[in-house]
Each structure stands twice: as structure tokens, then as C-alpha cells.
Design a protein around this ligand. Structure first.
Ligand SMILES: *[C@@H]1O[C@H](CO)[C@@H](O)[C@H](O)[C@H]1NC(C)=O
Ligand SMILES: *[C@@H]1O[C@H](CO)[C@@H](O)[C@H](O)[C@H]1NC(C)=O
Ligand SMILES: *[C@@H]1O[C@H](CO)[C@@H](O)[C@H](O)[C@H]1NC(C)=O
Length: 397
């Protein structure tokens, strides 16, 4: 028996073993989402934080235009996501959702075609209950397959799925029904679970969706933003390519925080591998807003191929250090002053898993420069109130 013969016999045996094992494998596979999406956190825009229910098709098209003309699309912002209030209050006689005639007269398919023509993707919103949170349109409970098919036919790329007005059963019962419906609908649709962290979705979300909210809704204030980041941090070890913790959408540009606070907001979301879904009016942004959300180096941390969410590695009163490993033997570090007065914050190599004698080069992501000094055992920054430093550290020896 020659080598080739042996190799063939071996292949046949492996094939038989494979066939015998495949029912189990297939079952495991079938219990997962496996839509191939969300290998890095999604980036884009959502209508809710700035516009609430006040949305219509012209504004959405203008937003898509602005995402391209401002250069945001080139940086990775690709999803244009409708939130609540896009549909009529009742379904049609066959049970289909109807785009609201007074605000989306051209329909959602036409809007998707337009958004796709710009090289962008269209997201939509529904609810695992009888009504959405606004109560101005139906939810998808009991209509999952019909709605998933409708979304796929319209060319939808992303579904945010809320949790209002449900039947009292567990999210772990209601959300997987939509997972299966989306899979059957035959179009890869990013599935964003929004059950507000009720039933610890980090523990089961990976098999159901591509992201899961870990918190209640964010508001455009420092306290709200920080508390969302903190609540989300608890689940850091569950995030990975294909499934992300979601501390809710960005408020940058909506006016409720200072520039430094919005820099902290963007930094924490980026290092936490959170979805970067802008929530301001893209058609009318200030220079500061543009400067913050277009920081390529900060975005690169968020989109790093490792996909590891940062943890708070040290917390002393109002001084915190957040850190996450990055590809290429690098470490992303945020030094944060949450307090009311200027203070210095230090990251110790012990906290970062580095030997104290390691010599490190530091890149300051907001100053866009590599520091001239190299560091050993720690790095310190003096920070004003509600401000941060964002470094990428790389051992040099
Ligand atoms: C939609 O609204 C237009 C006027 O804006 C009206 O002429 C038309 O009949 C409406 N269609 C439906 C299906 O309600
Ligand atoms: C644009 O934003 C500014 C605040 O930055 C606001 O005062 C103004 O009303 C906005 N304009 C429009 C058309 O929304
Ligand atoms: C930080 O490291 C330097 C040496 O690079 C050392 O002299 C200093 O004591 C350290 N500071 C703290 C707070 O550990």
C-alpha cells in the first residue's frame, strides 16, 4: 500500500467519521446565529438620540448624503439606522407592516435602494412585543417570520429589536424566535438585541444576536454616560468578534456635555468595543463634534482585529485606568479623571500585565503624537476634571 493509497484510505475514514458526527455539528451550528456579521463592532448612525419619533425619509436621505460628504463613510461609518416610529400604527389586511405614509411615502425599499446607492447600509427597528416603545407602531411578536421576510425583501441590513409591551415571557424565549426568522429570511441582517440588560444578555446573546444592550437608555449627560460605561464593563469578558456588549448609542454632538466629556464618551465606547452608532444630526455638526468622531486612531482601537473589550484595571476614587490588549503586542490604555478637580492619574505596568522593567513607547491618540520619552513601570498624566488620556502602549525592549 503506497503513501497515496494510505492517504486516500485515511481521507475516506475521516469522511465517514465526519458524516457520522455531522448531525451533532449541524445541530450546534443551527443553534447559533452565524450570519458572519459584526466581526468588529458596527459603526454608523441611528435616528433616536437626536430626533426621537420625528423622522421622515428626506431627513434620512440627507443624513446618508452627509455621512458620505463629511468623509464619515470612509472611516467605517456605514449603517444608517431608523429607530422607532417609521411604520403605521396598524398592519395591513394581510398582516404586513406598512411604512408610515405621511413620513415615508416612497416606502422603505426605495429608501434602502437610495442608501445602498451611496455605499451604505440601512437599518430598521422593531420590538419583541405587541407594540414598540412609542406605542405608535406594532411590534413583531407573533409576526417574526413575516416581518423578517419583509425586512429582507426591502434590503434591510440591520435590525434593532426592542423589548417594550411584550407578553411577560422571558427575552430568552422571544428573541431567538426572531433570530431563526432572520436566518430563514435569506439575507444577512445584523441583529441588535435591545432588552436593556434585563436578563444578563451577555450570558446568552452571542448565540442570538450580534450585539446586546447591557443598560437602560443613555441620556445626554455625564452621569448617564459614565454609568452606562460602568454597567457595560461588568460583562467585558463576554464580548468577542461576532457579538458585542452595547452600552447604547453615542450622544456626541447633541449638546449636553462639554468637549472633554464627549472625548471621554468616544474614548470609553471605542476601548469597550461598543457599537459606534452616532446619535447627532450629521447634517449640522460643529467642528468639535467632527474632530471627535473622525479620530482615526481611536476608531482603529475599536475596530482592532483582537476584538477584546477593555476592563477597568484600577480604580481609586475618581481616578481610573481602563485597558485592553490590541493586536501587534500593543495595549490600549485610558487614564480617566471622573472627579471635579485637576489630578494626576497613573497606570502601573502591573495593572497592564507588563513586567515593571519593560520599556514602552506611548502614542497619544488625541494629540496624535508618539511621546518622546519612553516609559518604564508606569505612565502618568495630569488631567483636568472629566477628562482623559488615551494611549496605545508598545513595548520596545
Ligand atoms: C398617502 O398619502 C397621500 C397624501 O400624502 C394620499 O394621497 C394617499 O392616499 C395616502 N395613501 C395611503 C395608502 O394612505
Ligand atoms: C444646527 O446646530 C446648531 C447648534 O450647533 C443649532 O443652533 C441650529 O439650530 C442647527 N440648525 C439646524 C438647521 O438644525
Ligand atoms: C513611575 O516610574 C518611575 C520610573 O520610570 C519611578 O521613578 C516612579 O517612582 C514611578 N511612579 C510610581 C507612582 O510608581
Amino acid at each position: 500500500m503506497g503513501k497515496r493509497c494510505f492517504a486516500m484510505a485515511f481521507a475516506v475514514i475521516m469522511l465517514i467519521i465526519g458524516l457520522l458526527a455531522s448531525p451533532t455539528l449541524a445541530t450546534i451550528r443551527r443553534s447559533m446565529l452565524t450570519n458572519g456579521l459584526g466581526l468588529t463592532p458596527p459603526m454608523g448612525w441611528n435616528s433616536w438620540n437626536h430626533f426621537g419619533c420625528d423622522i421622515e425619509e428626506k431627513m434620512i436621505r440627507e443624513t446618508a448624503d452627509a455621512i458620505v460628504s463629511t468623509g464619515l463613510s470612509k472611516l467605517g461609518y456605514e449603517y444608517v439606522n431608523l429607530d422607532d416610529c417609521w411604520a403605521e400604527i396598524s398592519r395591513d389586511e394581510k398582516g404586513y407592516l406598512m411604512p408610515k405614509n405621511s413620513t415615508f411615502p416612497s416606502g422603505i425599499k426605495a429608501l434602502a435602494d437610495y442608501v445602498h446607492s451611496k455605499g451604505l447600509k440601512l437599518g430598521i427597528y422593531s420590538d419583541a412585543g405587541y407594540f414598540t416603545c412609542s406605542k405608535r407602531m406594532p411590534g413583531s411578536l407573533g409576526h417574526e417570520e413575516q416581518d423578517a421576510k419583509t425586512f429582507a425583501e426591502w434590503g434591510i441590513d440591520y435590525l434593532k429589536y426592542d423589548n417594550c409591551h411584550n407578553d411577560g415571557s422571558k427575552p430568552t424565549v422571544r428573541y431567538p424566535v426572531m433570530t431563526r426568522a432572520l436566518r430563514k429570511a435569506g439575507r444577512p441582517i445584523f441583529f441588535s438585541l435591545c432588552e436593556w440588560g434585563d436578563l444578563h444578555p451577555a450570558e446568552w446573546g452571542y448565540h442570538v444576536g450580534n450585539s446586546w444592550r447591557t443598560t437602560n437608555d443613555i441620556r445626554d449627560t455625564w452621569d448617564s454616560m459614565i454609568s452606562r460605561a460602568d454597567q457595560n464593563e461588568i460583562y467585558a469578558s463576554y464580548a468577542r468578534p461576532g457579538g458585542w456588549n452595547d452600552p447604547d448609542m453615542l450622544e456626541i454632538g447633541n449638546g449636553g456635555m462639554t468637549k472633554d466629556e464627549y472625548i471621554v464618551h468616544f474614548s470609553l465606547w471605542a476601548i469597550s468595543k461598543a457599537p459606534l452608532l452616532l446619535g447627532c444630526d450629521i447634517r449640522n455638526m460643529t467642528k468639535d463634534t467632527v474632530e471627535i468622531i473622525t479620530n482615526k486612531e481611536v476608531i482603529a482601537v475599536n475596530q482592532d482585529s483582537y476584538g477584546v473589550q477593555a476592563k477597568k484595571v484600577r480604580s481609586q476614587g475618581d481616578e481610573e485606568t481602563w485597558a485592553a490588549p490590541l493586536s501587534g503586542d500593543r495595549i490600549a490604555v485610558i487614564l480617566l479623571n471622573k472627579g471635579p478637580v485637576r489630578t494626576s492619574v497613573t497606570a502601573h505596568w502591573d495593572d497592564l500585565g507588563l513586567h515593571p522593567s519593560t520599556l514602552v513607547e506611548a502614542r497619544d491618540l488625541w494629540e496624535h503624537k508618539t511621546l518622546k520619552t519612553q516609559f518604564m513601570s508606569n505612565i502618568t498624566a495630569t488631567l483636568s476634571s472629566h477628562a482623559c488620556k488615551f494611549y496605545v502602549l508598545k513595548p520596545v525592549a
